[in-house]
Design a binder for this molecule. Structure first.
Ligand SMILES: [Zn+2]
Length: 252
C-alpha cells in the first residue's frame, strides 16, 4: 500500500509510552483535527525529534499514513515553532494550560478539523505564556468557556437557561450545572448563588476576546466561585471530573 506524507501544525494533547522505545501522541492538528500518531524511537533517542515533543509546544510536523492495515499516522518529523517558554516554570500557568488542553482533548471529535479551534488554542497558549498576562486563572476560565462553546456545550450565561429571560446586570445569580448555567429565581434558581461580582465577571469572560480578558484583573474570591461552577458544569458534561482540576486545587 502506498504511503502519503502530510505537513501540518500541531499541539500535543497527550503522550503515552508504547513498547520499549516509542510514544503514542494525541495531537490537535490544524488540518486533520484531533488524531493519534506513533512517534517511533521517541523515547530511546531524544535526538530523534530534537526535544520538540514537549507539552504545550506548537509544532510543525510531518506525518505518514497508509502503511499496511495500521491506520495510525506515523510521526516522521517534528519542528518546534513555539515552545511557550513562559509556561515552563510557573505552576499556575502549567495547571491552567493543562486544564484547557485536557478539555480540548476530551471534547474534540477525532478526524474533524476545526481551524478556528486550533487558532484559538494557539492564541490561548501565547497569552498564557506571556509575562504581561494579568490573571492567568481568569484567562483560563475565559478559554474554558470558549472551548465548551466551540464543542457545542456552551454554558448558559446571558439568559436564564430555562425561560430565556435576560440575566439582570450587576446582580447575584443562581447557577445550576444540571440545567446548563444561570437559572432565574422564578424558574427555581440553582444550588449555587454567585455573588454579583462573579456573575458580572462570568458575563465579561463569555463576551470578551481572550486578549482583552488577559489584561483584566479579577478578585480571587470571584475566580474561585466561577471556577467552582465551571468545574461542576464540565464534570456533568464529561461524566467525570477533569484530572487537571485536581492539580489546580493543589496549587490554589
Ligand atoms: Zn427562568
Amino acid at each position: 500500500m502506498s504511503t502519503s506524507t502530510q505537513v501540518t501544525r500541531a499541539f500535543i494533547l497527550r503522550t503515552v509510552d508504547y513498547r520499549d522505545s516509542d510514544r503514542i501522541l494525541t495531537l490537535l492538528t490544524r488540518d486533520l483535527g484531533k488524531i493519534s500518531t506513533i512517534a517511533r524511537w521517541a523515547r530511546s533517542s531524544r535526538k530523534r525529534f530534537g526535544g520538540a515533543l514537549e507539552p504545550f509546544a506548537l509544532l510543525e510536523i510531518s506525518l505518514s499514513t497508509g502503511r499496511g492495515h495500521d491506520k495510525m499516522f506515523a510521526l516522521n518529523e517534528a519542528l518546534l515553532v513555539d515552545s511557550h517558554p513562559g509556561l515552563a516554570t510557573d505552576l499556575d500557568r502549567i495547571g491552567c494550560a493543562a486544564l484547557v488542553t485536557e478539555l480540548v482533548r476530551e471534547l474534540t471529535p477525532e478526524n474533524d478539523p476545526d481551524p478556528h479551534m486550533f487558532d484559538f488554542l494557539r492564541e490561548f497558549m501565547s497569552l498564557m505564556s506571556a509575562p504581561e498576562t494579568v490573571s492567568v486563572k481568569g484567562l483560563a476560565l475565559g478559554a474554558v468557556l470558549r472551548v465548551l462553546a466551540f464543542c457545542g456545550v456552551a454554558v448558559g450565561i446571558g439568559r436564564c437557561t430555562v425561560c430565556g429571560t435576560p440575566v439582570p446586570q450587576g446582580k447575584k445569580a443562581y447557577f445550576d450545572p444540571h440545567r446548563g448555567g444561570i437559572v432565574c429565581t422564578p424558574c427555581g434558581g440553582g444550588p449555587t448563588l454567585l455573588c454579583a461580582g462573579a456573575a458580572t465577571a462570568l458575563t465579561l469572560m463569555e463576551k470578551r476576546d481572550l486578549d482583552a480578558i488577559s489584561t483584566m484583573t479579577f478578585d480571587n474570591a470571584v475566580l474561585d466561585e466561577i471556577y467552582s461552577v465551571i468545574d461542576q458544569f464540565t464534570e456533568r458534561q464529561l461524566d467525570h471530573p477533569l484530572r487537571s482540576s485536581f492539580f489546580l486545587d493543589q496549587v490554589k
